[in-house]
Design a protein around this ligand. Structure first.
Ligand SMILES: Nc1ncnc2c1ncn2[C@@H]1O[C@H](COP(=O)(O)OP(=O)(O)OP(=O)(O)O)[C@@H](O)[C@H]1O
Ligand SMILES: [Mg+2]
Length: 374
């Protein structure tokens, strides 16, 4: 069986690290000739996954076509499906998710909880007289990632910051915790829901410090988070692997922020901490194998290795020798040659038997490891 993946970044690379143990051939389509999957030379095609003909050509000798990035040509996937290829996630799902406006409408239509919102085509539709209340969130409908394309407008003076593009205008959620849930579903309709993961914030820097699994939540809330995630995924009526990003509000309500129809940054720790990882689930979904056991084995945390702000150029990882001495610490570098401020260059997963143990190891990582350039 030949499986084609649109995108060849770190998610594809971690997918391949597991998938190569199975009797299938995996191929990647990626524009960046030196991207994380370029190391799989015989299985790597350089090309633009946003281009109709390139995707069609790439898919023509594959049995299954999937993605590791949403921003791909959906029309080509529709055509490949017509030609009898298995396309996962289904093109309709992808089309909805690629556009945050359609995505929010989808939640509303399916009675799935999400922050109140409305859509605008340009900034002039929002005038002081349109009875908006401050603060509010503006999200570009298409093309945003890693928080780029999301901003909070605090008051009338900030209205001049508004982007003049089709956007979602959303209420600011009163967030207690940001959570995420990975869900896998195969073509037989079998479904697995991973334990809830929580983003632990650095209170001083107001940045995500690390991800912790399973989330520190009472049982009822964890159950509710998983239940909403499952319902949301079922509403798309397609096999796939999904990451449901959730807000737990201070009043214990849970809202869906957004869904990624692919493996996700918040599921990296499943490689070490769960019996079957998100990447293994993806492989099983694409080949319609039984989904197996996704149970959590241990507490785990994942810290992203991000390019330091003052460095751009050929990457150097400082301090790795210090942390590889520790037990239950796993380094994942993505093979990107050039670091840039804020670029995701790798991550470190730590596992342990208590939250305290995990926190200590995370502090070791953060105080020792730096991503800089030569
Ligand atoms: N309605 C909201 N109220 C409060 N905070 C919000 C709201 N919407 C988004 N945020 C904050 O902005 C962050 C990024 O938003 P969102 O996930 O929609 O953007 P993104 O570009 O897709 O991000 P990423 O790629 O990191 O998932 C959220 O994780 C959350 O911290
Ligand atoms: Mg998000």
């Amino acid at each position: 069986m030949k499986i084609g993946i649109l995108g060849g970044g770190q998610l594809g690379r971690m997918f391949m690290q597991n998938a190569m143990n199975y009797p299938y051939e995996i191929f990647f389509l990626e524009p960046d000739i030196s991207g994380p999957c370029s190391i799989f030379k015989n299985y790597f095609t350089q090309g633009d996954f946003k281009d109709y003909h390139t995707v069609l050509e790439f898919g023509k000798d594959k049995d299954v076509v999937s993605i590791e990035i949403e921003n791909v040509n959906v029309e080509a996937l529709r055509e490949l499906e017509k030609q009898g290829k298995i396309v996962i996630p289904g093109p309709n799902c992808l089309e909805i998710i690629k556009d945050k406006g359609l995505q929010k409408n989808f939640y509303k239509e399916n009675h799935l909880p999400t922050a109140n919102f409305f859509l605008i085509d340009n900034k002039d539709e929002l005038t002081p007289s349109s009875a908006i209340s401050y603060p509010f969130v503006q999200k570009l409908r298409v093309g945003g990632y890693d928080g780029k394309g999301v901003q909070v407008i605090k008051n009338e003076e900030e209205m001049n910051k508004m982007w003049d593009e089709p956007s979602v205008i959303e209420e600011v959620a009163d967030i207690a915790k940001e959570l995420s849930v990975i869900v896998s579903k195969n073509a037989n309709g079998e479904v697995k829901v991973f334990d809830v993961v929580e983003m632990v914030f650095d209170q001083k820097l107001n940045l995500v410090d690390y991800l912790f699994s399973p989330a520190d939540l009472d049982k009822d809330l964890a159950h509710k988070a998983k239940d909403i995630s499952l319902k949301a995924v079922e509403a798309f009526h397609t096999p796939g692997i999904f990451c449901v990003e959730l807000f737990l509000l201070k009043n214990n309500e849970i809202l869906i922020n957004e869904i990624a129809p692919r493996v996700h940054n918040s599921g990296h720790q499943t490689i070490e901490a769960n019996y079957s990882s998100q990447y293994d689930q993806m492989l099983r979904v694409l080949t319609n194998l039984p989904l197996g056991d996704i149970a959590t084995k241990e507490y785990a945390a994942m810290v992203n290795l991000i390019g330091e702000s003052a460095y751009e150029g050929e990457v150097v990882y400082q301090g790795l020798d210090k942390i590889v001495k520790l037990s239950g610490v796993y380094i994942h570098l993505y093979g990107k040659k050039i670091t840039k401020p804020g670029r995701k260059m790798g991550h470190v997963t730590v596992v342990g038997t208590s939250k305290d143990e995990i926190e200590n190891k995370i502090q070791e990582i953060k105080s020792n490891v730096k991503v800089i350039s030569k």
